[in-house]
Ligand binder design. Sequence first.
Ligand SMILES: N[C@@H](CCC(=O)N[C@@H](CS)C(=O)NCC(=O)O)C(=O)O
Length: 243
Amino acid sequence: MIILYHYVPVANGGKVLIALHEKGIAFESRWVDLHKFEQHEPDYLKINPEGQVPTLVDDGQAITQTSVINEYLEDAYPDAPKLRPDQPLEIARMRQWNKYIDDQVMQAVSIHGWQVNAGAIARAHSDEDFGRLVARIPLEQQRIKWRTAREGFPQEKLDEATRQVEEAVARVEEALANGPWLLGEFYSLCDINFFAYCGGALERMFPAIGNRETCPRVMDWVERMNARPGVARAMAIRAPEAA
Ligand SMILES: N[C@@H](CCC(=O)N[C@@H](CS)C(=O)NCC(=O)O)C(=O)O
């Protein structure tokens, strides 16, 4: 049995939720509320010692890191619809996209997400409470990120992140000339990856970049993504009490 520990269906959580729904793999959802810092609770740290979501637990074994999780699903559930091509060269192309998206695009979009969302969560706590919550975070880089989000990221860092998003969207716009998907005819994990971290939120977070004038092919691709039943089902997931 699969259990997925996750938060809202965007970014890292959205990426695995979409893959599971696209593949039609049954799973149990366990909500980890980042607003309540539940990802750093001792019980959750036993499942994922890095204190991050999502974590997929299959038959009692925990798997972390979204791109690893999504490729695990390809290997462990070969009868489910495939989201990874068969040919070695195509697989390499998919992984090149995934590496670029994970290492650069996710980081760039995430700074803006942290500035707005994590910043608000962090500022809702008193200095004392916040200090206590941050002390429980296992990863030093995450402790730094939470503290920075509370104070606000430097403008140069935000501007550089925006430039990287612009560059990524231009790269995807160019690749989609041979669409409809990033690898051409084959819909794959790199479409899901770019959508979860950037494409799905592009119009809302970066309206000056994500619009029909600057990137018409990307905007059409976002529509195609949203029209997929697996994507729609994943995006509709809400906290248990709000469902
Ligand atoms: N590289 C990790 C990143 C996971 C990650 O950054 N998760 C975020 C949620 S979108 C998180 O848990 N943030 C809360 C925290 O770090 O305290 C992956 O791909 O799974």
